[in-house]
Design a protein around this ligand. Sequence first.
Ligand SMILES: [Zn+2]
Ligand SMILES: [Zn+2]
Length: 394
Amino acid sequence: MPTVLQEVREVQDEMVALRRQIHAHPELGFEEHQTGELVASRLERWGFEVARGVGRTGVVARLQVGRGKRRLGLRADMDGLPITELSGLPHASRRPGLMHACGHDGHTATLLAAARVLALTRAFSGTLNVIFQPAEEGLGGAQAMLDDGLFERFPCDRLFAFHNSPGAPAGHLGIRAGVVYSSSDTAIIRIVGRGGHGAKPHLAVDPIVAASHLVLALQSIVSREVHPNELAIVTVGAFHAGDAPNVIPAFAELRLTVRARSEAVRAMLRDRITAMAHAQAQVHGATAEVDYRWRYPVTVNDEGAAAFVREAARELMGDAALIPDWPPGTASDDLGLMLQRVPGCYFNVGNGTDEAPGQGGCPVHNAGYDFNDRILPSTASLFVRLVQRYLVDV
Ligand SMILES: [Zn+2]
Ligand SMILES: [Zn+2]
């Protein structure tokens, strides 16, 4: 009997070609029409029951085999980023200003490879749902799929997904229970003063001075109010005000990204940032308008599900492939919203450490990045094993 890895090797060339085709034609969040159609048509050809347009451009496909009662979800994301690719690789983006700089092309092709093998071998018993999510990069694709009844229409008892990790050895696995990614929220703070002549500050209310005090005050939340053992990040990424040296503008705008690793700290940061904005504005005779956008929650892996992935990985690749003590990341991912509904595990797969073009070590969201095709077969094999181990008659 062929091993799972041998079965995946049969479809490897086809799937790597597909990965490069997707890479060359990136699409932004909620615009994944070509990518989604490519995914949907293949899955249909392989015998899956396919639903298009789940969460606008998302695709979900179901394959039921045997009498097993369990239902398993595997998820990949499909969107690219607004970056001009500078990798110089033959399959580089053909679309100026757009790039698969986070490896979602690789996630999609890897999940397709697993789906292909599972449809060919049908060596499981239960219901497999493969979920191709749109718009992970900040636009809320997971929420769109949930709003479209994802788990009501395609119930899942467990959910698994992976993200590639440049800087970690190719194909090695980072699997952890509990928090794996941080929350990510955005605050848009508008400090409203009264505009006037730069030579007559006593007649104006200067929003730049008020906003400057606020920027500094915000830094004391993390250093003085959050427990030192907790992670919290408050970054003011944009500060816009004024145009001319001799004009006091009417308002100033700050844009913040805020991160935490617990929902309690996340809520506390929101409350304190909002309160400080109003208080600092008031001290300077201005007012504050706070538009706090509650975006991605903390991504939390279920302990049992993480142990399940670790066991499957150990069996398939041996202990040497497991990276011990994989730390939680400060980045975020909206898979966290799905994992609030279905227990599961989001694991990391090393993309390589060599930063030379095409070797996998270049960081994500960088113009030189590329998904490492050498991690596709082993990761697809792990997906296959997760399905074979979970979808059994019980
Ligand atoms: Zn990304
Ligand atoms: Zn990503």
